[in-house]
Design a protein around this ligand. Structure first.
Ligand code: 5GP
Length: 202
């Protein structure tokens, strides 16, 4: 069995990467799974332990760092987020394709150690639209909104380190594009070990 694909999806806050990932998961691709991260952020209403995140105290998270249990981790705004190594490795080894929906600092760490990953950057259609989305979702304070908009400029510039750009002006279309990227990546020559002799007339 060949190893699964590691797909890294990131983009600035408000680009809609979470919604695009949800759209993709709703297509129920049989081999596709999304990795569940650990975070020190407090759960929001409706979030479920082990499904949305593994919610950790800061001390626990630091112990996980010192035991090298993360593929990557980063401080995003005021909280820590990290991708648990064991879950992801196990899934990939079982032939599952795994999506990491993570911030850009984390994605760049993954790239250093897993250059074979597929790096997809979700781009907002425009800065105006990004501003609308961040302001209208109503989950951040005014100070947070200003911080996120300021960060967006630096983040968009880092898109040059990715393999694919998907502009998210229509979430269904964006999810379809990510699906096509996954399909194409799975057809790459390097993923096949072809026994050419089996195609020869005896
Ligand atoms: P939120 O608090 O809104 O769920 O997520 C905030 C940011 O943290 C988002 O950009 C999200 O992609 C990112 N994030 C979630 N999980 C991880 C992770 O495991 N590692 C990193 N580096 N970022 C993450």
């Amino acid at each position: 069995m060949s190893k699964g694909l590691l797909i890294i999806i990131s983009g600035p806050s408000g680009a809609g990467k979470g919604t695009v990932c949800k759209g993709l998961m709703s297509m129920q691709l049989p081999e596709l799974e999304v990795s569940v991260s650990a975070t020190t952020r407090k759960p929001r209403t409706g979030e479920v332990e082990g499904i949305s995140y593994f919610f950790k105290e800061k001390e626990e998270f630091e112990q996980m760092i010192s035991r090298n249990e993360f593929i990557e981790y980063a401080q995003v705004y005021d909280n820590f987020y990290g991708t648990p190594r064991s879950h992801v490795q196990e899934k990939l080894n079982n032939g599952k394709d795994v999506i990491l929906e993570i911030d850009i600092q984390g994605a760049m760490q993954v790239k250093k150690n897993n250059p074979e990953g597929v790096f997809v950057f979700i781009m907002p259609p425009s800065f105006e639209e990004l501003k609308n989305r961040i302001t209208s979702r109503g989950t951040e304070t005014q100070a947070d909104i200003i911080k996120r908009l300021h960060e967006a400029y630096n983040e968009v510039r880092l898109s040059r380190n990715y393999d694919y750009i998907v502009v998210n002006d229509d979430v269904n279309l964006a999810a379809e594009k990510v699906k096509s990227i996954i399909t194409a990546e799975k057809c790459k020559l390097k993923r096949f070990k072809i026994d050419y002799n089996s195609y020869k007339e005896e």
